[in-house]
Design a binder for this molecule. Structure first.
Ligand code: NAD
Length: 689
């Protein structure tokens, strides 16, 4: 699907590039010549997105050998949506260290050859220009960005750092602190910031690109300055100080024991920052080492899992107008996000204040997402507060996000009978009610399904698309396509208490409550989970989700599942009755006026006694979901937990973790004897042999 946001920033000249001939025998490049300027158009076959593969570089090498008589070289993309999305990750799969080294050395040789050309070289970049794509651009003398360009080095998210010269070229090109920040966080650098940092020598609207290219080709586009700081940081003592600070910062979000890449990158710069050639050699060796690490292998697997879920989101949903009922925490975000993703949205609520708040929250979201003024205005125009519910009759999809009370939801559905337009789908965002209990109240049960978004919608990419037995064919496909259009990842699940994510996550939270009941310190429990790699400790998570909502989920999982959850401690109910419902109330398990939950493990080591009690029941619940056919397979389950709950990605998800560990059923059996039946291994483990 063409991204509706990216089309706003597309390079209109890309189409012309796509008409340029491919030199004989080449598959990834096209070439056009005009008045001595050779333009090489990157155009990977059979895809809408370029990636930098071995073939791309090999062919580029060949093209660089055929520039006799050229007065300048321009490199740009023939794909309207962007320059290049990064390196070809498929090419990484199964590479051993020697093969990786050889591939990297070849790639570096090509970019060095480009960098050493005596004629002016210019990269014209637009849309996504990431990883290997940005490294290619950095090897040119000048970079011209088109408005809307999004550059960055996301390698760290794969447990790697840039490997095609990015580390030494970026730290040389711009302020090294900014360069390191960009590589350590993997964050996208948007157009104006890229210009300000000096990553771009010019930032122009598409209509001015020809003039900018001509200026660059004739030496009239000066290089951006790299600033005073860059010079000082080429000296070892200054780097040493900065590197120490970077390591401390990195520990907060990516502890060294789980994520080696940021530290390897900091070491590279610390040791070789003043010497590009040494840094280049060290980059190649370090990248090859990281590629073999368990973290990178698990994160590369996560990349493939994401792609697998995306592949399930193909097609055209036929949904252009969405009507959202309930403008609270979830409804407001769903509406804002859908409008951002080019849907026409009407938003209904019984009360007026939530509608006003929803619009201002949408404006804040658009600002945070770096939408231009025009894009934000257009998105806000598409988001229409609709207190009278006029959109119900016009919408292709109605999403109900009203409070979690069956009677209330049924009443809302009754109000939709004979109102929805033919073929419209009704979806509930319920987290804990049974779809089968609601379905009879739906105007057309065959067009009623679950569409379970996660909070906050803008940051949690997963949507559980929930089926029940009476669903009409095609409805689920349309909802999955809709999720894809929203740039979210759909996972198809069968109706089951808690669906898959909450079913697996609930024992994590409940076990923590039982530990508190035994007198364990809450911060110790949270730190142990953080040390394992969970994004949030279970006690903090209960506060975050809300104690009241956790009780709802616990209630829904007390029956109807193979391994019913035991009763939560009575004091949990008492807290809710007193209004201490968690973070939203300022008081829950933590008292937020007096204390903050731990955000990092700090010095805490993994605490196996706590970890096994928290983590293994999740693996067990995962096994139950697989045996009950709630999701298709273990990979899908892992993906759901990683993208829906942030489950320690470098461990590859609960089922991958169980597979790697190998002793989960035996350990569960031991816990069962010690602590009771909530640890009884699921029958599914037996089938693994
Ligand atoms: P909320 O209480 O924040 O918002 C509900 C909104 O619905 C309120 O603005 C309320 O005024 C409005 N409302 C009440 N009755 C209505 C009616 N008859 N017609 C129209 N609007 C009405 O609730 P929430 O947290 O957004 O949860 C909504 C749904 O999403 C629930 O089913 C919940 O289980 C589910 N959910 C919540 C989360 C979460 O983290 N909060 C996550 C996933 C799913």
């Amino acid at each position: 699907m063409t991204d509706p946001i990216d089309t706003l920033t597309a390079d209109p000249a890309a189409e012309a590039g796509a008409d340029a001939p491919r030199p004989a025998g080449l598959t990834c490049w096209r070439r056009s010549d005009s008045a001595g300027v050779v333009t090489l158009w990157l155009d990977c076959p059979g895809t809408g997105t370029n990636v930098i593969s071995e073939t791309v570089l090999r062919e580029l090498d060949q093209l660089l050998g055929d520039l006799a008589g050229a007065r300048a070289l321009v490199i740009r993309s023939a794909k309207p949506s962007g320059f290049a999305a990064g390196a070809d990750i498929d090419g990484f799969a199964g590479l051993d260290r020697d093969a990786a080294l050889s591939l990297l050395n070849q790639g570096h040789a090509v970019l060095d050859r480009l960098a050493a050309l005596e004629i002016p070289t210019v990269a014209v970049i637009h849309g996504h220009t990431l990883g290997g794509g940005l490294e290619l651009a950095l090897a040119c003398d000048r970079r011209i960005g088109l408005d809307g360009v999004k550059a960055g080095f996301p390698e760290v998210q794969l447990g790697l750092h840039p490997g095609l010269g990015g580390t030494f070229r970026l730290t040389q090109r711009i302020d090294p602190i900014e360069a390191m920040q960009a590589m350590l966080t993997g964050k996208t650098i948007h157009d104006r910031k890229a210009k300000r940092l000096g990553l771009l020598d010019a930032l122009v609207p598409a209509r001015h690109v020809d003039a900018a290219i001509e200026a660059a080709c004739t030496g009239q586009l000066p290089a951006a300055e790299d600033g005073l700081k860059a010079g000082a940081l080429r000296l070892a003592p200054a780097r040493s100080l900065a590197a120490t600070r970077m390591r401390q910062e990195a520990e907060k979000t990516a502890p060294r024991r789980h994520y080696p890449a940021p530290y390897a990158l900091i070491d590279l710069w610390h040791d070789h920052g003043g010497d590009p050639e040494a840094m280049q050699r060290a980059e190649i060796a370090s990248f090859a080492t990281l590629l073999e690490s368990a973290t990178a292998q698990a994160l590369i697997r996560v990349f493939f899992l994401r792609r697998q879920l995306k592949a399930g989101a193909k097609g055209d949903s036929g949904i252009t107008h969405v009507h959202v009922i309930g403008a609270g925490t979830m409804g407001a975000e769903i509406a804002a996000w859908a409008a951002l993703r080019a849907k026409r949205v009407t938003l209904e609520d019984v009360a007026l204040p939530p509608l006003g708040k929803a619009v201002s929250r949408a404006a804040t979201l658009y600002e945070r997402r770096h939408l231009s003024g025009i894009e934000a205005r257009d998105a806000l125009d598409r988001l229409m507060p609709d207190p009278e519910g006029l959109g119900r009759a016009r919408a292709d999809l109605v999403i109900e996000a009203a409070p979690e009370r069956a009677a209330l939801k049924e009443k809302i559905y009754a109000g939709l009978v004979d109102v929805l337009k033919p073929g419209a789908i009704l979806a509930s965002n319920t987290s804990s009610l049974r779809l089968t209990d609601l379905v009879d109240a739906a105007p057309d049960p065959a067009r009623f399904a679950g569409l379970h978004f996660f909070n906050p919608v803008s940051r949690m990419p997963l949507i559980e698309v929930v089926a029940h037995e009476g669903l009409a064919p095609g409805v689920l496909d349309r909802l999955c396509a809709f999720a894809g259009e929203l740039d979210r990842l759909p996972v198809r699940v069968r109706e089951y208490p808690g669906f898959v994510v909450n079913r697996v996550l609930a024992p994590y939270m409940l076990e923590a409550m039982l530990m508190l009941d035994e007198g364990l310190d809450k911060a110790r429990i949270d730190r142990a989970a953080l040390a394992f790699g969970m994004p949030m400790g279970p006690v903090t998570l209960v506060d975050q989700v809300g104690l009241d909502i956790c009780l709802d989920v616990a209630r829904s999982l007390a029956s109807g599942v193979a391994q019913p959850l035991p009763e939560p401690p009575a004091w949990l109910r008492e807290k809710v009755a007193k209004g201490k419902t968690g973070k939203k109330a300022g008081k829950g398990l933590y008292d937020y006026a007096r204390e903050s939950p731990p955000e990092t493990a700090g010095e805490a080591d993994e605490d196996p006694a706590i970890i096994d009690r928290l983590i293994l029941p999740m693996c067990n619940a995962g096994m139950e979901c697989l045996r009950q056919g709630v999701v298709a397979d273990a990979d899908t389950l892992d993906a759901a937990l990683i993208f829906g709950a942030g489950w320690a990605p470098f461990r590859g998800g609960p089922m991958h973790y169980a597979r790697v560990r190998g002793d989960v059923p035996a350990r569960l059996r031991a816990l069962e004897q010690q602590l009771g039946r909530r640890f009884t291994p699921d029958a599914g483990w037996d089938s693994l042999g």
